[in-house]
Design a protein around this ligand. Sequence first.
Ligand SMILES: Nc1ncnc2c1ncn2[C@@H]1O[C@H](COP(=O)(O)OP(=O)(O)O)[C@@H](O)[C@H]1O
Ligand SMILES: N[C@@H](CCC(=O)OP(=O)(O)O)C(=O)O
Length: 285
Amino acid sequence: MSSLVQQDSIPAITSAVQLLSARRLIVKVGSALIADADTGEIRGPWLEGLIEDVVRFVARGQQVIIVTSGAVAVGSRRFGRLDRRLQIVEKQAAAAIGQVQLMHAYDQSLKRRGFGVGQLLLTAEDVDNQHRCLNARATLEQLLKVGAVPVVNENDATTTAENCFGDNDRLAARVAHMVNADVLILLSNVDGLFTQDPHDNPLARLVTEVRCITPEIEAMAGHSAARHSSGGMVTKLMAAKIAMDAGYEMVIANGIKSYPLAAIENGGPSTWFFPRAKDKDRARY
Ligand SMILES: Nc1ncnc2c1ncn2[C@@H]1O[C@H](COP(=O)(O)OP(=O)(O)O)[C@@H](O)[C@H]1O
Ligand SMILES: N[C@@H](CCC(=O)OP(=O)(O)O)C(=O)O
């Protein structure tokens, strides 16, 4: 196994430095973090910790956009047994139900700390079509300007297999590029990219830094067993490619515990993906 630190290794950096120096961050929240795997209930105490972290970042002058999963997981409770795959139309209805509950929880948590919240439900067209992308970006910029924390999700209630993103890892990466974010944080149910799925192989090792997504790195990524998760590590590496091509950093970290951003700042396990060189002239929308 070649070195797990790709390319020339860099002086040890702390995650805290990376996060603190980011003017604008995108925080992606996986379904398994915000919705209880068994009941589909929103994990309220956990959400309070996340929002506490977000508000702390904003209070020190940083801008944060949240990309949240969980609409289908939360809404699925209306369809009885949680252990079966929903049909497309059931999934759309579940998302329509769950999204309202998600946004209510985000709204109440932010309101308790004096912040507003704004919801954007995007389709692939909103990011791929330049005019619609500029429009979505303008809305996000305006929300940040008025001190409302933007919360983004895919518009699952109406997207179909033909026009959906399908996973929020890549959606978050595209949103980060859209708004020229400095760091994309993927909060997941695993510490980062491992040499193999750690649920399959407890001896798998955590990859701490990636500077080039080689076939060796790609071969490590598998899908997810989690019921409502859509991407596994495969879509996270796709997101990393978007990030590295666009010139911003990405980090995957385990968000299960409370105060997940503080855990990264305090040097908790994670995988950082660094673009070869910060592309100052990166393509703009
Ligand atoms: N090489 C790997 N390293 C880490 N996790 C992996 C890997 N390959 C597959 N996985 C799986 O991907 C899961 C994380 O993806 P997912 O369940 O979709 O989380 P999220 O809800 O954050 O999108 C892990 O729990 C793990 O089971
Ligand atoms: N838009 C979907 C998210 C799908 C998704 O990417 O889920 P996850 O893999 O848990 O981040 C929802 O809100 O359920």
